[in-house]
Write a protein that binds this ligand. Structure first.
Ligand SMILES: Cc1ncc(COP(=O)(O)O)c(C=O)c1O
Length: 393
């Protein structure tokens, strides 16, 4: 019998986080679950002024269809920023504006993946990428994350044994673990990928949100054969849905075809508003404000965990981004903890959806610190600690 839905739908799951978020919207819940920026930090007034300006000065154009590549002055701004911040020479013609990084992942999947192709991914890996690539029915090859980035020997061995289409990585303040690859690991990854002729897909959604430690170069600094992804979601506002992909000319040609087929071009009004905002405001001092707030929330969360969690609970201490990754004793299930915690009005994301292998990461969980204030963090961690004690004794 012919089934109504495409076979690919069998292998693509609903986003677990979106499902959890439905529960966690209730006001009594302290949620460490989502990856939401703090809305109090959105530059709302500046964006309202920018929107007013583009609409009153140029409505006939900003409301019209536009080019697939994206608004040129916005691409020029991004290129200039890469030069100043990262020492990267990227031409605006190598930048495609997308409706957020999530769309970037979809377009990359469309351009590269046939059913059964290998995709190498960090373990744990970004859930949204797993979901997005799953639509194209690849085989994932997981490489475990260590404290300073992936296990590079295993990456090398894996690429010796299989032909991968690309390696997808979030090397800076990774989602979900908060881990940042050391400079040495970045160089090693670049060398291994170069040796095997494998493309790196470097997702840098959090790269601008460093509040501790030293800046490190992007993998793109070491490897030309890198597709570098960026987003305005975490530094300006996710609701505007704007991100971008940097790729060389050959890849860009293909990306433009799939982008055109998907939606002709990214929301042009959003592009013009963000560009106007970037021209009229000091985005660096805005980002400094975000880093200040998130940095002190991270400190507070780590301090509270040190104070209230049992000693055998391990957690990362990220130098930026939005997440802390917690590892419970092997025998403790984070799903059981979730069920207990939700009764105490605290939410988080259990770790297993971030792994491909069934049953992996059952004792892990992700905590978000960017969208809770200091007293919510203290209260939430205290309640979570009480739930952990209940499960471990
Ligand atoms: C690593 C990573 N990539 C991409 C995205 C998607 O972001 P955007 O809002 O740009 O679509 C997220 C969102 O949380 C993310 O964490």
């Amino acid at each position: 019998m012919v089934t109504m839905f495409a076979d690919r739908m069998e292998n693509t799951k609903k986003s677990f986080i979106r499902e959890i978020l439905k529960v966690t919207q209730q006001p009594e819940i302290i949620s460490f679950a989502g990856g939401l920026p703090d809305p109090a930090l959105f530059p709302s007034e500046e964006l309202a002024a920018a929107a007013g300006k583009v609409m009153s000065d140029d409505a006939v154009n900003v409301l019209q269809y536009s080019t697939t590549e994206g608004y040129l002055p916005l691409r020029e701004f991004i290129a200039q920023r890469y030069l100043e911040k990262n020492g990267l020479k990227i031409s605006p013609s190598e930048i495609l504006i997308t409706n957020g990084s999530q769309q970037s992942l979809d377009l990359i999947g469309k351009v590269f993946l046939n059913k059964g192709d290998r995709v190498v991914i960090e373990s744990p890996g970004y859930l949204g990428a797993i979901q997005s690539f799953s639509i194209f029915e690849p085989q994932f090859q997981e490489i475990p994350l260590l404290d300073d980035g992936i296990d590079v020997d295993l990456l090398d061995k894996t690429l010796d044994e299989c032909d991968a289409k690309f390696f997808y990585t979030v090397p800076t303040f990774q989602n979900p673990s908060g881990i940042t690859y050391s400079k040495e690991k970045r160089e090693a990854v670049a060398n291994i990928l170069e040796k095997h002729g494998v493309v790196c897909v470097e997702d840098n959604a959090y790269g601008e949100l460093r509040f501790a430690g030293e800046e490190v170069p992007t993998i793109r600094n070491y490897l030309d054969n890198t597709i570098l992804m960026g987003s305005f979601s975490k530094i300006i506002a996710p609701g505007l849905r704007l991100g971008w992909i940097c790729a060389n000319k050959d890849i860009m040609e293909k990306l433009l075809v799939v982008k055109q087929a998907a939606d002709l071009h990214s929301n042009y009004l959003s592009q013009r508003i963000i560009c106007q905002y970037l021209m009229d405001s000091d985005v660096d001092s805005h980002i400094a404000k975000i880093k200040d707030v998130y940095g002190s929330r991270r400190d507070h969360m780590i301090n509270m965990m040190a104070r209230y969690f049992p000693e055998n609970i391990i957690y990362t201490k990220p130098e930026g981004g939005m997440f802390v990754w917690v590892t419970l004793p092997e025998s403790v299930s984070s799903m059981d903890l979730f069920n207990l915690a939700i009764k105490k009005n605290v939410a988080f994301v259990p770790g297993s959806p971030f792994y491909i292998t069934e049953g992996a990461g059952d004792n892990t969980l992700r905590l978000n610190f960017s969208n809770s204030n200091q007293s919510e963090i203290e209260d939430g961690i205290k309640r979570l600690a009480a739930c952990i004690e209940k499960l471990t004794f």
